[in-house]
Design a protein around this ligand. Structure first.
Ligand SMILES: [Zn+2]
Length: 352
């Protein structure tokens, strides 16, 4: 079985949502309930050995089912969020992560050695990520505290504007060039993440924001869960020029399993074939190279192909890639090693 280190999941968001309805998030993860996409039993079954676990603040129902007759849609950006309630939610989600760790459900990894140790113990290697930085203040005081707690990756924006930058709205078809880029506070955030060793994730940022980070950051560009715009022209996918910049920086793009980002017609249909996933992987390998393509499932955050269904069936994707001609060495890179390489670089463990 090919071990997978995956670049993006929203399991903390699912556990937090269910905890608000009275569920026990630790039991839900450790024992498993069959809900959503990830828990300990299903991760083990599918060879999901670890990944970036997002602290994500919801905007509620964004109406992404509102399409016209041709399946097109352009949903206005969600309103910016207030910082104080966002910080409370982030603390709640981080707390769930630490309680799962205390119960033996996973190991919160702060460096490459932690990931190696977790894998040697057969434990899920969880890296804390923040998707959208609403909990962080312009002075970056909260960044210091979250770093000390274990945060090792962040995206300056989700599909929403923050004090740091501008996100792309959900729109199909649409260019990712939908608005301004980083703010002055955003530029400080990028420099500080470079300095202290936090990976910067460019998923969902506007194209201008992408180029702002490309100019500023001295680390490989990371887009944790995004696909090829040439194949699926949604605002959240990457143009060929962006893919070339990722390649140029020795960076990485992780395949998003969201059907709306995989299908040619952008439809939200779970009967999406695995061949659409392989098609995006092939295209991104062609444009970024075999060292710059990985997985960013969006488990627990998106409608994914029914054929995969959840983490337990992850090896079906591995098998589909193998059938498409990827050998053991390529699969190891795509499924795990490329992520470990860029994270070690972002964390100052190797040269960029
Ligand atoms: Zn996302």
């Amino acid at each position: 079985m090919q071990a997978v280190f995956d670049g993006h999941n929203d399991v903390l968001f699912r556990l937090w949502t269910n905890a608000a309805k009275g569920a026990d998030p630790v039991a839900e993860f450790v024992e498993g309930t069959g809900q959503g996409h990830i828990d300990m039993p299903r991760a083990r079954k599918g060879g999901l050995a670890g990944g970036l676990c997002a602290i994500y603040i919801t905007s509620g129902d964004i109406g992404d089912d509102d399409r016209d007759d041709s399946g097109h849609y352009a949903i206005p950006l969600s309103a910016p969020l207030e910082r104080a309630p966002s910080l409370d939610i982030a603390l709640d989600m981080a707390s769930i992560a630490f309680r799962i760790e205390r119960a033996g459900g996973w190991k919160i990894c702060r460096n490459g050695a932690d990931i190696d140790a977790a894998q040697a113990q057969g434990k899920f290697a969880a890296v804390l990520h923040m998707e959208g930085c609403e909990p962080i203040d312009a002075d970056l005081a909260a960044l210091d505290v979250f770093y000390a707690a274990g945060l090792r990756s962040l995206g300056p924006v989700w599909s929403r504007n923050t004090i740091f930058g501008h996100g792309v709205p959900f729109a199909f078809p649409s260019s990712p060039d939908t608005g301004p880029g980083l703010t002055e506070a955003g530029k400080r955030l990028i420099r500080e993440c470079n300095r202290i060793g936090i990976a910067i994730d460019l998923a969902h940022i506007t194209e201008k924001g992408f180029w702002d980070v490309a100019r500023l950051s001295d680390k490989p560009l990371i887009v944790s869960h995004s696909n090829a715009h040439a194949l699926t022209p949604i605002s959240r996918n990457l143009t060929d020029k962006q893919l070339a910049a990722v390649r140029e920086s020795n960076g990485l793009v992780g395949l998003n399993f969201a059907v709306t980002m995989l299908r040619e017609d952008g439809a939200k249909r779970a009967d999406t074939p695995l061949s659409d996933m392989v098609r995006h992987i092939d295209y991104m390998v062609e444009h970024v190279g075999i060292d710059g393509v990985a997985l960013g499932s969006d488990f627990d955050g998106a409608t994914i192909p029914a054929e995969i269904g959840d983490a337990a069936s992850l090896q079906k994707l591995v098998a589909a890639l193998r059938n498409a001609g990827y050998g053991d060495a390529d699969l190891a890179k795509i499924c795990r090693d490329n992520w470990l390489r860029v994270l070690r670089s972002a964390w100052h463990e190797t040269a960029a």
